[in-house]
Design a protein around this ligand. Structure first.
Ligand SMILES: NC(=O)c1ccc[n+]([C@@H]2O[C@H](COP(=O)([O-])OP(=O)(O)OC[C@H]3O[C@@H](n4cnc5c(N)ncnc54)[C@H](O)[C@@H]3O)[C@@H](O)[C@H]2O)c1
Length: 367
């Protein structure tokens, strides 16, 4: 890479799911990358392969405390992203979003760096319009269990816009929709990782509500491409930009796709919908298409195949043999595990859950 294009880039939350993929891409592109993380949800395993690269550096640091480093660009990704993680210490979650944003914006102001905020579709709350455009202000509960995350991210956006208007900081705001792929946390309670780990270990797949609620899922490589394009776009692009995959899929459909991708014979069980769970979320990505010439390229079947391969390999490395996977290299499930799988299916039925055999759609969801 020519010296003029080589940048010093800070990635907060760089040891997390998205952050580690972003570090990969930036290191490959020849930039000097400083990954900052407090390992709250991130893992050294995600970035271990980068430690031998001369243009990669790792620093343990909590973004709720100030940081002074000389950089040209800052990607602010530090924040737990899944409800199980961000709800386990909600005060720390709000602090990470708000104090973290203040500290990183203060740094950007001092060193005149461009700064990108990893915001979220959660700023739209349980949206009253579909698909969501950036101009929609959202429908958010300020006092619910998700509020530490949703309102923390909304406040961070406010800070980004105010640092831009008041201090002329060059800001970018990416509103990220559900993203999945290798290095997701296996136990983060999110739908894709839940379904895959359940399917691979022969457990029933848990669908909340009647399974007709939809989500859109973006494969991680596409998302990272969008983040880099937004950061690199010349001109004033301070307004939020949605990044996500607009292809909507129902929970039940994704459960069935996971069963197909893993080759699992697990049943699907229905459970009551948790409070504050949005019924539908789908990005309008017209702004990203126009400003960044960006659109997702990896379809759900292909993305799931790659993600399943990652989870299956991880289970093998940890010594837990996947119960089923569409991969000739995968050892067959042991008799004990298969028996465990049958036991689990029986438990799901006994607990009063509605059990949907793989491939069968309940009447409420058809059409
Ligand atoms: N993954 C998604 O689908 C998604 C969707 C919308 C928004 N986002 C946003 O993208 C960012 C990354 O999400 P992710 O899925 O990679 O989550 P993740 O939990 O895997 O990564 C977050 C990283 O931030 C680190 N971190 C948390 N608090 C910190 C602190 N106080 N100081 C320093 N580091 C801290 C964690 O250790 C972890 O490495 C988050 O800001 C999240 O809100 C993600």
């Amino acid at each position: 890479m020519k010296e003029a294009h080589r940048r010093r880039v800070l990635v907060t939350g760089g040891a997390g799911f998205l952050g580690s993929h972003l570090c990969d891409r930036l290191v490959q592109a020849g930039h000097d990358v400083l990954c900052v993380d407090n390992f709250y949800t991130g893992s050294k395993d995600n970035i271990a392969h980068l430690l031998r690269e001369p243009n990669f550096e790792l620093m343990r640091h909590d973004v709720t405390f100030p940081l002074y480093v000389e950089v040209d660009q800052i990607y602010n990704l530090a924040c737990p992203a899944s409800p199980v993680h961000y709800q386990s210490d909600p005060v720390q979650t709000t602090k990470t979003s708000v104090h973290g944003a203040i500290n990183m914006l203060g740094l950007a102001k001092r060193v005149k760096a461009r700064i990108l905020q990893a915001s979220t579709s959660e700023v739209y709350g349980d949206p009253a319009c579909h698909p969501q455009q950036e101009s929609y202000w959202g429908h958010v509960n300020p006092i619910g269990l998700r509020s530490c995350y949703d309102e923390g991210k909304r406040c961070a956006e406010t800070l980004f816009m105010d640092y831009h208007r008041q201090h002329r900081v060059d800001v970018r705001i990416a509103r990220i929709f559900n993203t999945y792929g290798p290095r997701m946390h296996p136990a983060d309670g999110r739908v894709v990782s839940n379904f895959i780990t359940q399917a691979l270990s022969g457990q029933p797949l848990t669908v909340y509500g009647d399974g007709s609620q939809t989500r859109s899922f973006c494969y991680v490589d596409d998302l990272i491409d969008g983040l880099i394009r937004l950061m690199e776009a010349e001109g004033d692009h301070s307004m939020p930009v949605n990044l996500g995959n607009p292809c909507e899929v129902s929970m039940l459909d994704i459960a069935r796709k996971v069963l197909a991708a893993t080759g699992s014979r697990s049943p699907i069980v229905m459970r009551p919908l948790p409070s504050d769970d949005p019924r539908q979320r789908c990005p309008d990505i017209a702004r990203a298409a126009e400003l960044l010439q960006w659109a997702p390229t990896v379809d759900l079947d292909e993305g799931l195949r790659r993600t399943v391969a990652y989870f299956a390999q991880r289970m093998r490395d940890e010594g837990t043999v996947p119960a089923a996977v569409n991969d000739a290299a995968t050892p067959a499930p042991t008799a004990a595990k298969a028996a465990g799988s049958r036991r689990n299916s029986a438990v799901a039925s006994q607990a009063g859950a509605v059990v949907v055999p793989a491939g069968v759609v309940p009447a409420a969801v058809r059409g």
